[in-house]
Design a protein. Structure first.
Length: 256
């Protein structure tokens, strides 16, 4: 029997951008270097507050009752409504939320239930819709970025970044106003796919049906309706991104 040791037996290592499929042979360091997905970019596009028609007050002091009227309506009965104990916002132990309904403002003062009042030097406090901190007569309207903060938004497993791959996007945010609800969408050529809708768990699964660049959009909304949005441009590679990293016979000593 004539043994031709130069005969080549086909073993192939195919690498997709972001994913490795090993179809025989060994993966070496040079092959591993091409699996990183360098085509993904991240950019912030917007931060927007969408407040409902209500007032949230965080109060510093020992006056645990809020005595108020909505618009030109009736005052609450003295001493008013006992505020909720609150610990998430440092140094502001009480909070209260007022629903304005169809009105535009509320007039408020505070007391301890024993005749000791904080009424802003006799002028009372007047609030429109929004979130406020009140401390020793000082009123600060909180900006959206002081209430809800985005901690992170990323592709968790881009090694599966190919058509038909199961790609997971994760987001995390925190808000002084309570829960955060996440919505994640993928948009390409005007077609929008919802990966996650109004969920407390910031994980969205994306299975791309075709290559190209997708706009992955996150909306994080808190209990007051404050919303942060962020987009991520994410490229799913096409067939031109398939590379032959190696092609050889691994054990031609057995070629007989």
């Amino acid at each position: 029997m004539n043994i031709n040791k130069k005969m080549r037996i086909l073993f192939t290592t195919v690498v997709f951008a972001g994913s490795l499929l090993l179809l025989g042979g060994n993966m070496n360091a040079n092959a591993a270097a091409v699996i990183n997905n360098s085509e993904s970019t991240t950019k912030v596009t917007a931060e927007q507050a969408v407040n409902q028609n209500q007032i949230r007050i965080y109060y510093y002091g020992d006056k645990q009752y809020a005595h108020y009227k909505i618009g030109n309506g009736q005052w609450t009965n003295v001493p008013g409504i006992e505020m909720e104990k609150y610990y998430a916002l440092s140094e502001y132990p009480y909070k209260i939320t007022l629903d304005l309904g169809n009105e535009k403002d509320a007039t408020v003062c505070f007391n301890d239930g024993n005749g000791n009042w904080d009424n802003n030097g006799g002028r009372d406090y007047k609030f429109t819709a929004g979130t406020y901190k009140v401390s020793n007569g000082n009123v600060t309207k909180m900006k959206v970025e002081d209430q809800i903060k985005l901690l992170g938004f990323e592709c968790y497993n881009d090694r599966y970044n190919f058509v038909g791959g199961m790609i997971e996007f994760r987001a995390a945010a925190t808000s002084v106003n309570g829960n955060v609800y996440y919505t994640i969408t993928a948009e390409k050529d005007g077609n929008v796919e919802t990966l996650l809708s109004d969920s407390c768990e910031g994980k969205g699964l994306f299975i791309p049906k075709e290559p190209g660049t997708y706009s992955i959009k996150l909306s994080a909304r808190d209990d007051l309706g404050n919303t942060l949005t962020k987009t991520m441009d994410f490229t799913v590679p096409g067939s031109e991104s398939i590379k032959i990293s190696d092609f050889y016979c691994y054990n031609d000593r057995y070629n007989f």
